[in-house]
Design a protein around this ligand. Structure first.
Ligand code: IPM
Ligand code: MN
Length: 347
């Protein structure tokens, strides 16, 4: 029997219950589909930081490298550890070290879920650059705390990095409805963003079957609200993609539905799957976190592992659950109820 080894990183807050729920569903799916998922849980989190002084051990990245995939819950507990420390100590280094350069986030309405828009027939795939750009981490502060203080943070866009994410976007568009929207702010940012636009135009010549349009991020934000049905694949830089995908989650009806995959398309290292929502300290101990985003992320993991039929099974069970009105209204059902409903609908 085929066996996949999965590293589980539940992390902080609601990351723990939603990962547990997703794992139960994935285990049941694997059993019914004839393969094995072998999970190893790592306690790396803000609690771990408080005990050890680090978000993960020094050999954390090397430890994760031998797994087929990583399933992550959420990282961050700002009351105890500053987000700038916890995220740069766990989530962001994993994305970079494993060249998970494509962060894929699907935005569509699940049956039975209602978003805030009039339009309900949108199906957007947001592809976010995930290893450089505004998240490069290059910068520094001098004269801290004095009147002469200076803080700089440099966005880094490399030809290799921009080309590979755009190519990935073109390929996804080709496999879907053939439309690519490339998002920048090249009217204001005249180096990095003009470079991105130029790369978009030059690659478009290779993908003549894809209809490509460049948008500025502000106009794209409006379009996602006013005319989301006109969008297919949207490709954006790290920060722009981060912001647009919370907007994407909002039009889906909330963060509880937004799934994501941090993909290393070259498969030289494991990819990581995580719900878009964070640790949600405000509801962390109420038992009402919606596990659907985590379960959907798990389906994306199965798909990436090549278990297409099993991934489709999980999606069908999620859709049957939301169609029955379970998990569609924040706070109405518990994490456990929703997870159980999905389990019961697995065929
Ligand atoms: C996300 C999150 C992270 C990001 C944070 C927690 C650093 O918001 O995955 O969208 O900005 O990438
Ligand atoms: Mn985000």
């Amino acid at each position: 029997m085929k066996t996949y080894s999965i590293a589980l990183l539940p992390g902080d807050g609601i990351g723990k219950p939603v990962t547990e729920a997703a794992w139960d569903v994935l285990q049941a799916t694997a059993k019914a589909s004839g393969f094995t998922l072998e999970g190893t849980t790592f306690p790396w989190s803000c609690d771990f930081y408080k005990q050890t002084g680090a978000m993960m051990p020094a050999n954390g990245i090397e430890t994760l490298r031998r797994f087929d995939a990583i399933l992550l819950g959420a990282v961050g507990w700002p009351a105890e550890v500053p987000d700038s420390v916890s995220l740069h100590g766990l989530l962001l280094p994993i994305r970079k070290a494993f060249a998970q350069y494509a962060n894929i986030r699907p935005h569509r309405l699940l049956p039975g879920a209602s978003g805030p828009l009039k339009s309900d027939n949108f199906d957007i795939l947001c592809i976010r650059e995930n290893t450089e750009g505004e998240y490069s981490g290059a910068g520094g502060r001098i004269h801290q705390g004095t009147a002469d203080e200076v803080a700089i943070e440099t966005a880094i866009f490399t030809r290799k990095g921009v080309e590979r994410i755009l190519r990935f976007g073109f390929e996804q568009a080709r496999a879907r409805r053939g439309k690519l929207a490339s998002v920048t702010k090249s009217n204001a940012q005249k180096y990095t963003m003009v470079f991105w636009d130029e790369m978009t135009r030059s690659l478009a010549a290779e993908y003549r079957d894809v209809e490509v349009t460049s948008y500025h991020i502000d106009a794209m934000a409006a379009r996602i609200v006013m005319a989301p049905e006109t969008l297919d694949v949207v490709v954006a830089s790290n920060l722009f993609g981060d912001i647009l995908t919370d907007l994407g989650a909002a039009i889906q009806g909330g963060l509880g539905f937004a799934a994501s995959a941090n993909i290393n398309p070259d498969r030289t290292a494991p990819s990581m799957f995580e719900p878009v929502h964070g640790s949600a300290p405000d509801i962390a101990y109420l038992g009402i976190a919606n596990p659907i985003a985590a379960i959907w992320s798990g389906a994306m993991m199965l798909d990436h592992l090549g278990e297409r039929a099993a991934a489709a099974r999980v999606m069908a069970a999620i859709e049957a659950t939301t169609k029955a009105g379970i998990g569609t209204i924040p706070g109405r059902h518990t994490t456990e109820t929703i997870a159980k409903a999905v389990l019961e609908r697995l065929l």
